[in-house]
Design a binder for this molecule. Structure first.
Ligand code: NDP
Length: 481
């Protein structure tokens, strides 16, 4: 039986959009060299005009961050820094509805996800790191680890506010100042975060936000005044950044793409596993670096799992991201929709069998129906390349050893999932899977106290937990202070 739902849209009234946003440099919004428009991917309406930071604007931002580092932030006792982080965390909570609605408008993700995942986790990252600010001497990096200096941070569009929190919270807790560049298509929550920094009375220049495109990111990571670069995004751009930072003396962490295997054994509870598969690949329209985009099913339960999966996919509700009933929102941009469509066409051309959930797509905006490919071989592009969309490739295996071999047959190594009743099998698999995170009987779970990061072409360095602090500290006492 299928129930119809009445629309339950979240009100946009809680958000006050400005017509035009400047760059956030030295604690104030300032004009820059040119402007561009940010749109809603669900309706293609223009939301606001945003400033594009050119090299001279990046220069000003780095100078403001340097001044704040030297005069205020690096000299401030950890317990004082911690108070600012606690204040920011509380303000994120107080303004959570506004942040969630704005994130959904600019990114296209369902309000259910921005409200229940992105924003609470962003606040949790600030709370968690606020607690570390005065305890860094006990984190295992020597008795008096020093900050690194000015950090350049470049983030993608899939979790705009959450990625900001992953980057800014540990950097500030450790005594660094930051210049952050949000993605071109999703700058608005970072700019609202700038207002939150003002509201928290954060000393000017500790956080600077330069909006723009790839060229702005390039100018930031290449800037000689930067001591450390932290990047999340595609492997291709990550490699470029690694080249740009080579022999510059800059510290670097990269969190890049993934092609995670989600492995279902024949003793797994099928309904629970199917929920995990759906959450693994259709959460956030599959715009997730650690998405479970390759499903490996044990042959003996293949028919049962696939039938249950198709049934469940048929109940997913796609449409208005601001509607609280929506499961699958809009694709973030036309460029990303084109990329997904091209890879899906390659899957069909290479002989895999496609099934898409029979859901109507809205007339305006960028949409892609949840899709599953069967009869996929390991050589197919859809089994090797990151699609970054709501598209699942299904492969089969007979033995645990074969599952490990297939799961590891990828240039990436960010995450993996294992579904089985046997604890011993979970441990056996986890010790063999080359992935930074291995989830057991769950998927896409995040916690600020748990380190996250990859192997191989998924990058290096960890974010979150005690391990994540290391990326922002100089334990040798050699940092330039
Ligand atoms: P990018 O890696 O291009 O973008 C990530 C960030 O880097 C953005 O802020 C981008 O700016 C900026 N940037 C782009 N070029 C440079 C450069 N040369 N130097 C410094 N910064 C730069 O990802 P895209 O948004 O273009 O997406 C492309 C593909 O990458 C996706 O289809 C997906 O497969 C993958 N991806 C993976 C992510 C992950 O977390 N693993 C996240 C996002 C994308 P701008 O937005 O202006 O281009």
């Amino acid at each position: 039986m299928r129930f119809e739902y009445s629309p339950a849209p979240e009100s946009r009234a809680v958000v006050t959009l400005r017509d035009s946003y400047g760059l956030f440099i030295g604690g104030a919004f300032v004009p820059g060299s040119s402007v561009f428009k940010t749109i809603s991917p669900a309706s293609e309406e223009v939301l606001a005009e945003v400033t594009h930071a050119g090299p001279e604007d990046v220069d000003r931002a780095v100078a403001a961050a340097r001044q704040a580092y030297e005069r205020t932030w690096s000299a401030m006792p950890g317990r004082e820094r911690g108070k600012y982080l606690f204040r920011i965390a509380r303000l994120i909570q107080e303004r959570s509805r506004e942040l969630a609605v704005l994130e959904t408008m600019d990114n296209g993700k369902p309000i259910r996800e921005s409200r229940d995942v992105d924003v609470p986790l962003a606040a949790a990252h600030f709370f968690y790191h606020a607690g570390w600010a005065d305890k860094l001497g006990y984190a295992g990096f020597g008795p008096s680890p020093r900050p690194l200096g000015v950090v350049g941070q470049v983030i993608p569009w899939n979790f705009p506010l959450l990625m900001l929190a992953w980057k800014v919270a540990p950097a500030l807790a450790c005594g660094n100042t930051v210049v952050l560049k949000p993605a071109e298509t999703t700058p608005l929550t970072a700019l609202l975060f700038a207002e939150i920094c003002q509201q928290a009375d954060l000393p000017p220049g500790v956080v600077n936000i330069v909006t723009g495109d790839g060229a702005t990111g390039q100018a930031l990571v290449a800037h000689p005044g930067i001591d450390k670069v932290a990047f999340t995004g595609s492997t291709e751009v990550g490699k470029e950044i690694a080249r740009a930072c080579a022999v510059s003396g800059k510290r670097l962490t990269l969190e890049l793409g993934g092609k995670a295997a989600n492995v279902v054994f024949d003793d797994a509870p099928v309904d629970q596993a199917v929920e995990g598969i759906v959450n693994g690949i259709f959460f956030n329209q599959g715009h997730v670096c650690c998405a479970g985009s390759r499903l490996l099913v044990q042959e003996s339960v293949y028919d049962e799992v696939l039938a249950a999966l198709r049934r469940r996919m048929g109940t997913l509700r796609l449409g208005d991201p601001l509607d609280k009933n929506t499961d699958v929102g809009a694709i973030n941009s036309r460029a990303q929709l084109d990329k997904i469509s091209e890879l899906v066409s390659s899957g069909e051309a290479e002989g895999a069998s496609r099934w898409s959930a029979p859901c109507p797509l809205p007339d305006r905006g960028f949409w892609f129906a949840p899709t599953v490919f069967t009869e996929v071989s390991q050589a197919h592009r859809i089994a090797r390349e990151e699609i970054f969309g709501p598209v699942l490739s299904v492969l089969t295996f007979r033995t645990p050893a074969e599952a490990v071999e297939k799961a590891n047959n990828t240039p990436y190594g960010l995450s993996a999932g294992v579904w089985t009743e046997k604890g011993s099998l979970i441990l056996w698999m986890a010790s063999r899977l080359r992935a930074g995170v291995v989830w057991a009987n769950t998927f896409n779970r995040f916690d600020p106290s748990s380190p996250f990061g990859g192997y191989k072409e998924s990058g290096f360095g960890r974010e979150g937990g005690r391990h994540g602090l290391e990326a922002y500290l100089d334990a040798t006492g050699n940092a330039d202070v």
